[in-house]
Write a protein that binds this ligand. Structure first.
Ligand SMILES: [Ca+2]
Ligand SMILES: [Ca+2]
Length: 432
């Protein structure tokens, strides 16, 4: 990656090797009112000998950098912990290098840190909220819930932490065995209270009424969950019991409209689910490799892609993209996902690279010893056999090389002293 030069004799000439950054979300703290996060950014050193510092610019809008961190050292493997980021807020960043004369380079290519990946799901126990009477805790020894056995009312103010801006559905695990104990008032962030009938209507079909604990979304008509636009940070959902007898166990928020909770789901800080993954198969040389994984976690999801067991720098999003495939990109890919205490792997995605162009010799060189070099195009990633002949009649195989990059070198000692020598190359298709 090349960077713009400044028009000054003393200017920093610029990185040749700034590769895109490996980004690790190193820690996540949850404060009551403003959860923050830190991201470790690493980059390749500027190879010039007189670099003394780097600057990392960032802002919440692309191209607009409102904050700058000075990294006052130039080490072989520079890195910087960017702190005080709002959870789930993407930051647009560039890096510059500064030399001993105080000259600063142009900007690196812009990159994004702290970008939320995937879908989010959070659960919280109703009884962990701020409770006012006549709500009281009920328990069967295993589970605990909120109820008002004799008189309606009371409130439970339940905090939820949101890691990514989006449109959220609120699900509740409730026991509502009759139409006279199946409704709550619900408000989000002190908004106007909504009437939440568990079955979506005050007069449900009797067949809908469940004698067991069930998950139901906050809805105003059957099968039409309400959605709430929530920003990253802490929000409050408040419940007030509208009818005596209903029981409220836990609350779940998710920006995955397709998610339907079931059973005794407790997400805690370690819920991670791979929703979908795709990619792999046969890719032509020069075509893009695309591998995708979609996941849902109880917190921010961190992703690292691996190729044959080696972590790929910068491939930390849900969508791996390699713009022009080469034979070296063939192999097995895995995405490792983390959310809170949960770790999961997606894949392996097996990628085979094929080159449909016929093999062609573009240039031929006799090296200073007895070796010969062919510069070829087409059929990258195949095995190529090389035969030699003094007279176009008697052919002898002198080598068989894997064609990684089009340059094929083979030793031909019998060519020494010969005035004429003929060669032919044949590509063998990969084993099926
Ligand atoms: Ca009712
Ligand atoms: Ca509970």
């Amino acid at each position: 990656m090349l960077f713009p030069k400044r028009r000054s004799r003393d200017a920093v000439a610029w990185f040749l090797t700034f590769s895109l950054l490996t980004i690790f979300q190193s820690k996540v703290e949850a404060r009551v009112s403003s959860p923050v996060t830190s991201v470790l950014v690493q980059w390749d050193a500027n190879p010039e000998p007189d670099i003394v510092a780097y600057k990392l610019y960032r802002g919440t809008e692309s191209g607009v950098y409102s904050q700058v961190d000075l990294i006052d050292e130039a080490v072989p493997y520079p890195s910087h912990l960017v702190t005080d980021l709002t959870l789930g807020q993407p930051y647009y960043c560039v890096i510059t290098a500064v030399n001993g004369n105080g000259f600063e380079s142009g900007f690196s290519e812009e990159f994004v840190i702290n970008e939320p990946q995937g879908r989010f799901l959070g659960t919280v126990e109703a009884e962990d909220g701020v409770i006012t009477e006549p709500f009281v805790e009920g328990t069967d020894g295993t589970h605990t819930w909120l109820e008002s056995p004799t008189v309606a009312g009371g409130s439970a103010r339940v905090p939820v932490n949101i890691h990514a801006a989006g449109s959220y559905t609120i699900w509740c695990r409730v026991l509502a065995p009759s139409t006279s104990e199946d409704s709550w008032f619900v408000s989000v962030d002190d908004g106007a209270p909504l009437t939440f009938h568990v079955y979506g209507t005050p007069t449900p079909d009797p067949a809908e009424i469940s004698p067991d604990w069930i998950w139901r979304p906050v809805q105003t008509s059957p099968g039409n969950p309400l959605t709430f636009d929530l920003s990253p940070g802490e929000h409050f959902i408040e419940f007030e019991l509208r009818e005596v007898g209903g029981k409220l166990d836990r609350v779940l928020v998710t920006n995955n409209a397709d998610f339907v909770p079931s059973g005794n789901l407790v997400a805690g800080n370690g819920y991670l689910e791979i929703l979908d993954s795709s990619g792999g198969g046969t890719v032509s040389v020069g075509s893009p490799i695309r591998l995708d994984v979609e996941a849902m976690g109880s917190g921010p999801i961190l992703i690292q892609w691996y190729h044959d067991g080696i972590a790929l720098p910068g491939q930390t999003s849900a969508n791996l993209r390699i713009p022009g495939a080469t034979p070296a990109d063939a192999g097995s890919y895995v995405a490792v996902l983390r959310s809170g205490t949960a770790v999961m792997a997606a894949g392996p995605f097996v990628v085979e690279i094929i080159d449909g162009e016929p093999l062609r010799v573009d240039a031929f060189t006799r090296l200073s010893d007895t070796r010969v070099e062919f510069r070829t195009s087409g059929q990258l990633g195949t095995q190529v056999t090389i035969e030699a002949s003094p007279d176009l009649e008697a052919w002898l195989e002198i080598g068989s090389e894997f064609n990684y990059d089009g340059v094929i070198v083979v030793d031909d000692p019998e060519a020494a002293g010969e005035l004429q020598r003929y060669y032919r190359l044949e590509s063998l298709p990969p084993e099926p």
